[in-house]
Ligand binder design. Structure first.
Ligand SMILES: Cc1ncc(COP(=O)(O)O)c(C=O)c1O
Length: 387
């Protein structure tokens, strides 16, 4: 795949430091200037008349939720706004009754905090977490996941797009196959809104949650939780608020006096994506990520991890001894930042860590070129200085 044509004026939509190549949109996103201005306007309104602002807030949050649901193609009755995926997974796990012997299936590509939330939940009720090891080179992760399902598997938590390895795990056929075996399906779609589309209907999981602050241009922190109809009355919010009696979605959205301005500005981010053309953005980002991965492989000799079509992230395998342990990760990411002026994500993996690049409309091929040109030498000196 060739490098894509740039989207004119895209970099100027953001406030990113031009001295640094930000090839890690996947971790925290980047909030476009017009979305930041929209949130600043809401904050100004809040400070001009706090009483009036908070009294009108439930109605405005409901309107923001409807707008987000419309832009995501979701059923507004089944969608709640939340802070982030960390919060969403806690709500979901708390809402599912577990008994002794029940098993939650997760994978070793799952996000650390999500897998730990499952561990914490089962510890309370005599259930267990089974972590499925999916080899990095596995051509079909679905096969590996399905083979691990047993009679005690009550819930499977799967990523739409895996964070460390940038692959699509929760595909429609896999979710349907799990549901056919009576497994409750939970989809960690942290990266999906704005990156993949159409999205919410994929495999019709029981629970689906995704961040809007990664690829949907919303302020941080903004997320959504979609719940299948049969589960909505059983949702157990983390906090008890004034909206409790009304049930889902208001009961999970309200946490007393808090900053809700990010939610109000979230539709501005999704509108910007619509104006830019979601297809055009997706095609640009996928092609640029693929181009970046190809450059890395060609210039450094590192192995590409298998890629899933349509994603704006790609990964390569680091040499043995590099970033195998959690404590080796931050120093390496810092060195890539300091020596190559580039932000990337690195996750530890036995046998050699994984380096992930992202592509967003503000990125340029030359930024991946710079990384690819310098990374080999950095890793050589890194390996010799750390062994
Ligand atoms: C797959 C996945 N799940 C969950 C999270 C957690 O998101 P948050 O920190 O916004 O709760 C992330 C964040 O990078 C992620 O990539």
């Amino acid at each position: 795949m060739d490098e894509p044509d740039p989207i004119p004026g895209a970099a100027e939509l953001f406030a990113l430091d031009p001295a640094v190549a930000h090839l890690n949109h996947g971790s925290f996103g980047a909030v476009p200037n017009e979305v930041r201005r929209a949130q600043a306007d809401y904050r100004a309104e809040q400070e001009a008349d706090p009483d009036g602002f908070f009294l009108a807030l439930p109605e405005r949050v409901a309107r923001a939720r409807m707008a987000v649901a419309g832009l995501l193609g979701a059923d507004p009755q089944g969608l709640a706004l939340l802070s982030n995926v960390t919060e969403a997974v806690a709500v979901v796990l708390d809402s599912i009754p577990f008994g002794p012997g029940d098993e939650i299936l997760v994978t070793d590509h799952g996000y650390g905090v999500v897998n730990r939330a499952a561990e914490r939940r089962v510890a309370e009720c005599g259930a267990a977490v089974r972590t499925v090891t999916v080899p990095l080179e596995a051509a079909d992760p679905a096969e590996v996941v399905l083979a691990a399902v047993g009679p005690r598997t009550k819930v499977a938590i799967l990523d739409r797009v895996t964070s460390p390895t940038a692959r699509e795990f929760a595909t429609a056929p896999l979710l349907r196959a799990l549901a056919a075996r009576g497994v409750i399906t939970v989809v960690d779609a942290a990266h999906a809104p704005g990156m993949l589309d159409p999205e919410l209907e994929v495999g019709r999981p029981d629970f689906w949650f995704g961040n809007l602050h990664k690829w949907a241009f919303a302020p941080r922190p903004t997320a959504v939780l979609a719940v299948a109809p049969q589960w909505r009355p059983r949702i157990r919010p983390l906090t008890y608020s004034w909206e409790h009696e009304g049930g889902f979605p208001g009961n999970v959205e309200w946490r007393g006096t808090a900053d809700y301005t990010g939610w109000l500005a979230a539709p501005t981010g999704l509108e910007l994506l619509r104006r830019l053309g979601p297809e055009r953005v997706r095609e640009h980002n996928e092609r640029l990520a693929a181009h970046g991965q190809r450059l890395l492989v060609e210039r450094t000799g590192l192995a590409a991890l298998p890629a899933s079509p349509g994603l704006a992230m790609r990964a390569v395998r680091l040499p043995a001894g590099v970033a195998e342990l959690e404590e080796q990760v931050q120093p390496l990411m810092r060195a890539v930042r300091d020596r190559l002026g580039t932000r990337v994500a690195v996750r530890p993996w036995a046998g050699g860590g994984v380096l992930r690049i992202s592509a967003q409309i503000y990125n340029r091929p030359v930024e991946y070129q710079r990384l690819a040109d310098g990374l080999g030498e950095l890793l050589r000196s890194w390996t010799s200085s750390t062994v």
